[in-house]
Design a protein around this ligand. Structure first.
Ligand code: FES
Ligand SMILES: [Fe+2]
Length: 408
């Protein structure tokens, strides 16, 4: 993150602590209609978003050797296999044999016994670049059969800061363009490895779930014994970005503005000075959050990345990864393991009431969400869904008008 951007965040935090009302130019946001969390056609259209967006698939540590693979299938359709090739590059393919559609890999992850992908039905063999290399019973296929055209279908795959992303849409913009300014400003993800993973099924729409986690208005009441002990929501500085992404910087409790400025001025890498005083989190559209970033006492960064996957219109899988700098071959310490447990507790606090919110909308006793200036990331998320779907795809009475300017 450039020094100028860090200094703007410091200015924003000062402004947020000092203000006694929303900015004079801030619009009185209309309610987000409840039907957006209930309407089946909109839900089906939103599933398409997951097939056009860059999705987190793991970190490079999950692919230690040639033939390391991971299978994913969170979008309601065929699965995708990611595999590390002889050239050390991680590639992604639809896990679909081009003979008659069998899977070329079973299981969730591991290292292939032989460095190729073999269909489990008739044993067609593909190399790690997806080229068809072997067809048992070749004599039965017509002479015009073109093995070169039977390549496994590619899925876009890219690595950013050690995080592996895929995009099911062959025409999607490159990852760098997708993340815009975030791509270059985030430097502290690099080298992180998943120390623990947790999942929880939530009885609510996927947007109810993610939107409960992109404001900190709730922390004093929902997290009185956890998050509220470390963060002061009144100074939070938000930034609404293109393509639905957003950033939230929340100062630590007892934030000392002068000390923060001094630490930023002194730091070779300005964001490292900032991070002593704040928590920086991102929403990576449409379904990823990095809700907590911390520094251990030794200055080493840690991070939690969370995804929300739609299982049904009112069911969502929350999946989170607690990440630590690569610890090599040693055992994790008790302290490091405790960090994962702590996050599970925070998640339980965050999600305890979401089924009731969903039911309130289903019962038609809540017209929709009212969002304040502080909660504008929620409005931005909904408006960005419309923008990504194409506004005309959303019935007029459900639309969320684009009235919030981008802030970065
Ligand atoms: S379906 Fe894969 S080899 Fe037949
Ligand atoms: Fe929370």
């Amino acid at each position: 993150m450039e020094r100028k951007a860090v200094e703007e965040i410091l200015d924003d935090i000062d402004y947020e602590f000092a203000r006694t009302a929303p900015p004079a130019t801030f619009p009185n946001l209309p309610r987000i209609p409840a039907r957006r969390y209930l309407d089946r056609d909109l839900y089906e259209a939103e599933l398409g978003l997951f097939r056009r967006s860059w999705l987190f698939a793991g970190t490079v540590h999950e692919f230690p050797a040639v033939g390391s693979y991971k299978v994913m299938d969170k979008w309601g359709g065929a699965s995708v296999v990611l595999v590390k090739g002889q050239d050390q590059r991680i590639r992604a393919f639809w896990n679909v044999c081009q003979h008659r559609g069998g899977p070329v890999v079973l299981g969730e992850n591991g290292i292939l016994a032989s460095p190729n992908l073999k269909c489990v039905i008739h044993s067609w063999v593909y190399d790690l670049e997806g080229n068809l290399k072997g067809v048992p019973g070749r004599r039965d296929f017509h002479n015009d059969f073109d093995a070169g055209a039977m390549h496994l279908k590619h899925v876009q795959c890219d690595v950013w800061q050690g995080f592996v992303f895929i995009n099911l849409d062959p025409d999607a913009p490159p990852l760098k363009d997708w993340f815009g300014p975030i791509h270059d400003e985030v430097s502290w993800f690099d080298g992180l490895r998943v120390a623990n993973r947790g999942t929880k099924v939530l009885e609510c729409n996927w947007k109810v779930a993610i939107e409960a986690n992109i404001e900190v208005y709730h922390i004093n009441t929902v997290h009185p014994e956890t998050v509220a002990l470390s963060l002061d929501y009144r100074g939070s500085a938000h930034q609404l970005l293109d393509r639905g992404h957003s950033r939230m910087v929340v100062p630590n409790r007892g934030y000392d503005a002068a000390q923060a400025r001094a630490d930023v001025a002194r730091a070779d890498i300005p964001v490292n000075g900032l991070m002593k005083h704040v928590n920086v989190s991102y929403l990576l559209f449409p379904n990823h959050l990095t809700p907590s970033q911390n520094r251990r006492p030794d200055g080493v960064p840690t991070l939690t990345l969370q995804q929300f996957w739609p299982l049904g219109i009112d069911r969502t899988l929350s999946e989170w990864y607690v990440m630590l700098p690569d610890w090599g071959d040693r055992e994790l310490s008790d302290e490091e393991k405790r960090g994962s447990v702590y996050y599970g507790v925070v998640m339980d606090e965050d999600t305890a009431m979401l089924d009731q919110i969903q039911k309130a909308m289903q019962t038609q006793v809540l017209d929709g969400f009212l969002t304040s200036y502080h909660e504008r990331r929620i409005y931005h998320h909904e408006a960005s869904v419309d923008r990504a779907l194409g506004e005309r795809c959303v019935p007029a009475d459900m639309r969320v008008p684009q009235i919030l300017p981008l802030e970065g």
